[in-house]
Design a protein around this ligand. Structure first.
Ligand SMILES: [Zn+2]
Length: 196
């Protein structure tokens, strides 16, 4: 196993933590001097925050740990190609290198839709390595969405079954209809006329 694969496995572990919470499984770690200094996994649902992407969580933790907003000399290992927001933050952080597991052709901004990490117009460009543990990174996501589809289908079926059984319960059976004289004034003779 290469050093890149070793750290990508740790990012995959973070992605699985997200999946365990029902979040889209994306994970990352930041490595400095051969050590993991920060971890992050997607928590957008639980934190009710657009900003709770794995990469931003890890960037924030790494900066706190180093006591510096600059992440010079650091490498991020991330299971899925970063979005426009995270790619922008990575450029801002001056991180040296980003290692990507699998690409995100619909939203990735480190080579798919755009390559924000390597725009010559910005004052910092990030070295990129693609396709480390690609199959495993991709499988974490496809497995998650396959499970989700099954769960949604099961919940739908359970809801339909519950609705059907409550409809059956609502149907009046012989002998259970209310008596014909179900007048509220008869039921409660102490009405306003007697109690001014
Ligand atoms: Zn992002």
């Amino acid at each position: 196993m290469t050093i890149d694969e070793k750290f990508m496995k740790k990012a995959i572990h973070q992605a699985r933590r997200a999946a365990a919470l029902g979040e889209i499984p994306i994970g990352c770690v930041i490595v400095c001097d051969g050590k993991v200094i920060a971890r992050g996994f997607n928590q957008r649902l639980h934190k009710h925050s657009t900003l709770a992407h794995a990469e931003l969580e890890a960037i924030d933790r790494a900066s706190r740990k180093l006591g510096d907003w600059r992440l010079e000399g650091c490498t991020m290992y991330v299971t899925l190609e970063p979005c426009q927001m995270c790619s922008g933050a990575l450029v801002q952080s001056r991180i040296d290198r980003v290692v990507i597991g699998t690409m995100n052709p619909k939203a990735g901004c480190a080579g798919s839709l755009l390559n924000i990490l390597q725009m010559p117009q910005f004052n910092h460009q990030v070295e990129i390595t693609y396709g480390v543990c690609e199959q495993e990174c991709s499988a974490v996501l496809t497995d998650f969405f396959a499970d989700l589809r099954v769960r949604v289908k099961e919940e739908k079926a359970a809801r339909k079954a519950a609705e059907t059984s409550s409809l059956v319960r609502m149907r009046p059976e012989a002998g259970t209809e209310p008596p014909a004289s179900a007048d509220p004034s008869e039921k409660n003779p102490q009405n306003s006329e007697e109690n001014p």
